[in-house]
Design a protein around this ligand. Structure first.
Ligand code: AVJ
Length: 326
């Protein structure tokens, strides 16, 4: 924490309660107790999981990250007009903030850049890097979970605000949850708020499935790492070799589902509780919803956001939407 300004430090943990190990234990026990076992995908991102995700973003099959970056590069001058002079850019789940640099280079008159992330170490790294690359930028790291209500510091709240939510992270939420999230963002960014948000587009099932089932097995390692994390942090007894990765596309739901398939009948203990698996039984670990442009705009309208411009790549793989507070 010594790397941050004292005033930045003051914004941290005290005011934004973080969930700890107990919440993780509770979520795991709850998820494994269901008829269809589930685990929340937000727990993928421990240190190893974040590394594996970075590797995923460089896979030939995983088109979303590079495609979205290309869309940002191609249209950044237009996108920058969604951020008023002296405004605040507020990123939800900023991680490494690498993509944001494309936008920041185009915003010399930005009031401040607020990054919200659960990972204090990711915020520290990003703060340090941005301080050297954008020496005059006012960077405000906030440790917090963007999916919980969060009050912005008063001087930030007083500025016109543009939210930034790239990466199709919105796709990890069910449409009902996504509505809740979009409403919460609108409340935080109002009055007159804007939102730049990335959403993966519907496309042929083969391309989708390959993106989540790469030949090198990185996505499989990313999925199985969740079990390793449970073993390490919660004293779980998962035999990592007895679960295999599966990714399927459900065209009715319009989503990729990731599962971990138990390759044999077995019993696993977590925090003193025992969970039985049949051979072939799965743990559902992630949804990744895909939206046509119309579907996403309808979702936005249903939460009182007004769809404005939308940018895509030439192959229509990915979309970046501009929404305005209606
Ligand atoms: C981080 C939500 C964009 O759904 O594509 C990548 C995570 N999971 N491969 C996605 C992920 C498996 C991802 N997002």
């Amino acid at each position: 924490m010594h790397l941050m300004h004292t005033n930045a430090r003051d914004l941290l943990a005290e005011r934004y309660a973080l969930e700890g190990e107990d919440a993780f234990a509770h979520a795991v026990i709850d998820g494994l107790s269901r008829a269809q076992k589930t685990l929340p995908c937000r727990y993928f991102y421990d240190a190893r999981g974040s590394e594996l995700f970075e590797d995923i973003t460089r896979l030939p099959e995983y088109y979303p990250t590079r495609t979205e970056a290309a869309i940002l590069e191609a249209h950044v001058a237009e996108m920058a007009t969604a951020v008023p002079r002296g405004g605040a850019l507020v990123e939800f789940g900023s991680g490494s903030s690498l993509k944001t640099e494309i936008l920041l280079r185009q915003l010399p008159h930005l009031g401040c850049y607020v990054m919200i992330d659960v990972s204090e170490s990711a915020l520290e790294d990003a703060t340090r890097r941005l301080a050297s690359r954008f020496p005059t930028l006012d960077v405000r790291p906030i440790v917090g979970d963007f999916s919980h209500p969060l009050a912005l510091p008063a001087d930030v709240a007083a500025r016109p605000k543009t939210g930034f939510f790239p990466g199709s992270t919105i796709g990890n939420f069910t449409p009902a949850e996504a509505q809740g999230l979009l409403r919460a963002f609108r409340a935080m960014l109002s009055p007159g708020g804007r939102l730049l948000i990335g959403a993966d587009l519907k496309k042929d099932a083969r391309t989708l499935v390959l993106a989540y089932n790469d030949a090198a097995g990185v996505t499989a390692a990313f999925n199985v790492n969740l079990l390793a994390r449970i073993n390490r942090e919660l004293g779980g007894s998962f035999d990592l070799a007895a679960f295999r990765h599966e990714a399927i596309y459900d065209p009715r739901e319009g989503r990729i589902e990731m599962h971990l398939v138990s390759t044999r009948a077995q019993e696993v203990a977590v925090r003193g509780r025992r969970f039985r698996f049949r051979a072939g039984e799965t743990i559902h670990t992630e949804n990744s919803y895909k939206y046509s442009i119309d579907q996403f705009q309808d979702l936005a309208r249903s939460t009182d956001w007004e769809p404005r411009r939308v940018w895509t790549d030439p192959a229509s793989l990915f979309s970046v939407h501009e929404l305005a507070s209606a």
